[in-house]
Design a protein around this ligand. Structure first.
Ligand SMILES: Nc1ncnc2c1ncn2[C@@H]1O[C@H](COP(=O)(O)OP(=O)(O)OP(=O)(O)O)[C@@H](O)[C@H]1O
Ligand SMILES: [Mg+2]
Length: 257
C-alpha cells in the first residue's frame, strides 16, 4: 500500500542509501526506488512493448523508455540515478540478459545487479517454504523454495497478454481495448477469462512437477483480476496467497536485490 502511494510522488528519504530497480517487462517498464531500510520511496512506469519475455525486441524504444523514467525520477527525487538493478525472466539465455544491462547503460545507468525476476520477487516476499510465481504480461515464472533455498526455477510462455487475446476473441474487440476492459472490469469478465486463468494454473502445476510446493504466492500483474486467485486455488487444489498491488512486488524486489 505504501509503495503504491509513491507513484510519481517521492517520499522524504535519507540522502545516502537510495537503491534503484528497473523492471524491463513485456507489458510495463517500471522504475522503483527504496531507501537504505528497503522502504519504498518512489516509483513510476511506462506501458511499452519494447521487451518480449525478457528479450529486448526494440532496443532504442527500451532505451528511450528507461531514459524518460530516469529523467522524471531524478527531478522528483532531486537525486542522480547512477546505478540500478534489473531483472530477467528465469529461462532467458545469458545473451538476452546482457541486452537488458545494455539498455540501462545506454540510458546512462550502470547495471549494479542482474537477477531473475522470481528471486527478485522473493527478495521482498521472503518465502522460505513454498512457490513464488510471477505472472506478467508474457510469461509465468515459478520458483520453488525449501528451507529458504531455491530448489527449482523455470518460466513458461503465458500471462496477461494471453488473457487479452481470449477476451478480444470472445467480445470481438481489438486486443488493446480488451487489455483495458480486463483491468477495469475484471470481476465481471471472470467467466470469460476463467479458461485462460486455468491455463496459467496448469502452467504453475507443471512447473512444480505437479507436486504441492506448499503455499503458492502470486506476484505479477496478470492475476490481479478479482477472483483469479480462487480459480487458481480450485484448479490446483493447493493453498494460494495473493497480494494487493502484486504488480509492484517484482519491481520493488529488484530495487532491494
Ligand atoms: N488490475 C489488473 N487486473 C488484471 N490484469 C492486470 C491488472 N493490472 C495489470 N494487469 C495485467 O498484468 C500484466 C502486466 O503485469 P506485469 O507488469 O507484472 O508484467 P511485465 O513485467 O510487464 O511482463 P513479464 O514479466 O511477463 O515480462 C498485463 O497483462 C496487464 O494487463
Ligand atoms: Mg515482469
Amino acid at each position: 500500500m505504501l509503495a503504491a502511494s509513491r507513484l510519481r510522488q517521492a517520499a522524504e528519504y535519507r540522502e545516502d542509501g537510495l537503491r534503484f530497480g528497473i523492471d524491463l517487462g513485456t507489458a510495463t517498464i517500471v522504475l522503483t526506488a527504496v531507501d537504505d531500510l528497503g522502504t519504498p520511496v518512489y516509483w513510476n512506469f511506462i506501458r511499452a512493448s519494447v521487451v518480449r519475455d525478457g528479450v529486448v525486441v526494440d532496443f532504442q524504444g527500451a532505451v528511450r523508455a528507461v531514459a524518460q523514467l530516469k529523467r522524471t525520477a531524478e527531478s522528483a527525487l532531486r537525486h542522480t540515478i547512477g546505478e540500478a538493478a534489473t531483472a530477467h525472466p528465469p529461462a532467458v539465455p545469458l545473451s538476452d540478459c546482457r541486452a537488458c544491462a545494455h539498455v540501462l547503460q545506454q540510458a546512462g545507468i550502470d547495471c549494479r545487479k542482474l537477477v531473475d525476476e522470481v528471486s527478485a520477487a522473493n527478495a521482498l516476499l521472503a518465502v522460505r517454504d513454498g512457490a513464488v510465481i510471477d505472472v506478467g504480461g508474457g510469461s509465468t515464472g515459478v520458483g520453488v523454495f525449501t528451507n529458504g533455498e531455491l530448489r527449482s526455477l523455470s518460466d513458461r510462455a503465458g500471462g496477461g497478454h494471453h488473457l487479452d487475446l481470449i477476451l478480444a476473441g470472445a467480445l470481438r474487440i481489438p486486443v488493446e481495448e480488451a487489455e483495458v476492459r480486463k483491468r477495469e472490469q475484471g470481476a465481471e469478465l471472470l467467466s470469460v477469462l476463467r479458461p485462460g486463468i486455468e491455463r496459467v494454473a496448469a502452467s504453475i502445476g507443471l512447473q512444480c512437477a505437479n507436486v504441492c510446493p506448499g503455499m503458492v504466492h502470486l506476484a505479477g500483474g496478470a492475476l490481479q483480476i478479482p477472483g483469479a486467485d480462487a480459480v487458481i486455488e480450485r484448479y490446483l487444489g493447493w493453498q494460494v496467497k495473493s497480494y494487493l498491488h502484486a504488480d509492484l512486488i517484482t519491481p520493488f524486489g529488484i530495487a532491494v536485490s
